[in-house]
Design a protein around this ligand. Structure first.
Ligand code: ATP
Ligand code: ZN
Length: 292
């Protein structure tokens, strides 16, 4: 294969935009054109292979790509149903969803205790079968390619096992989830093959940048003015920051300026708490890049 690192990415769909945005935030410059299978990264020896998400694990496994970005749900299903040399290198924090068992709200199946002897429709036969095996439940799997939520109403199954994010699709079809069998998010996957030293270095660099991007998305810079007497109480309230900068304010002996990097989400409740301790002029600023 070429000496350019090849990353398999979903061409279009619920993973695609966030995958492209993450790679762009890591400094990769590329543009996606309509029908093309490959996008060349202009400023680094990297190519993007633009494909359907279901093909990403096997492309990585078969050396059509060095690494890929795909949902854990798809990866685990492929691991369970085929010979696959691909595993998670890092989780990416987007495209979160879960694989759930669900059944009609007014039907006979209310929990997994009721599944024995029934039919379960799914596009995830591998993960569903694993769950049934682990629980010692004997049920029949009805494999479908899509529109699984319709299975109970057309009478091909008593329950379904499908991806859920907001639950709106289930609700619209009169279904209720009763058990989560897999939590999923997008992940960077790779095979066990050894990469050339150049590609290995590039992958290391990319993964460090991804870590930085994920971290900086949650991290904020907080600036505020506070009464001197409250410095320690305020420091304690700042989420995930250990050593804030405290500076005098010109012409004011009672107040100080406090600045800190907060590595955890800053909620409105935190700001209200700071205010009740006497903090004023509170600013929360985004951090564009960070590297530790
Ligand atoms: P393709 O045409 O590439 O096969 P698809 O129709 O199989 O696409 P999408 O609906 O684009 O797949 O979903 C891709 C992945 O995004 C899912 O496998 C899952 O990991 C994740 N996902 C599913 N639902 C959501 C959601 N509501 N929000 C965010 N991510 C989701
Ligand atoms: Zn797909």
């Amino acid at each position: 294969m070429s000496d350019r690192l090849r990353i398999a990415v979903q061409k279009k769909g619920r993973l695609a935009d966030d995958s492209f945005a993450l790679l762009k935030a890591c400094g990769l410059r590329f543009s996606i054109r309509g029908g093309s299978l490959l996008a060349r990264v202009k400023n680094m020896p990297i190519d993007l292979l633009l494909v359907r998400d279901d093909d990403i694990p096997s492309f990585v496994s078969n050396d059509a790509a060095d690494i890929g970005i795909v949902g854990e749900n798809v990866l685990v299903e492929e691991q369970l149903t085929g010979e696959l040399d691909a595993d998670i290198a890092m989780r990416l924090g987007f495209s979160r969803c879960k694989l759930c068992l669900a059944a009609p709200e007014r039907g006979a199946v209310k929990s997994s205790d009721d599944l024995a002897g029934t039919r379960i429709a799914t596009t995830y036969p591998g993960v569903t079968a694993r769950f049934l095996r682990e629980r010692g439940i004997e049920a029949k799997l009805v494999e479908m390619k899509g529109a699984v939520e319709l299975a109970p109403s057309i009478g091909v199954a008593e329950s379904i096992c499908d991806l859920v994010s907001s639950g709106a699709t289930l609700e619209a079809n009169g279904l209720a989830a009763f058990e989560t069998i897999l939590n999923s998010e997008a992940a960077l996957i790779r095979s066990s093959r050894t990469l050339s030293p150049e590609k290995a270095d590039l992958l290391d660099k990319l993964m460090r940048r991804i870590e930085g991007v994920i971290k900086s998305a949650e991290t904020k810079y907080i600036m505020l003015n506070a009464p001197k007497s409250q410095i320690s109480a305020i420091t304690e309230l700042l989420p995930g920051s250990d050593a804030p900068t405290v500076m005098p304010l010109a012409g004011n002996d009672d107040l100080v300026a406090i600045q800190a990097v907060c590595t955890e989400t800053v909620f409105w409740e935190t700001l209200e708490g700071l205010k009740s301790l006497g903090a004023r002029s509170i600013l929360v600023l985004p951090i564009e890049k960070m590297m530790s």
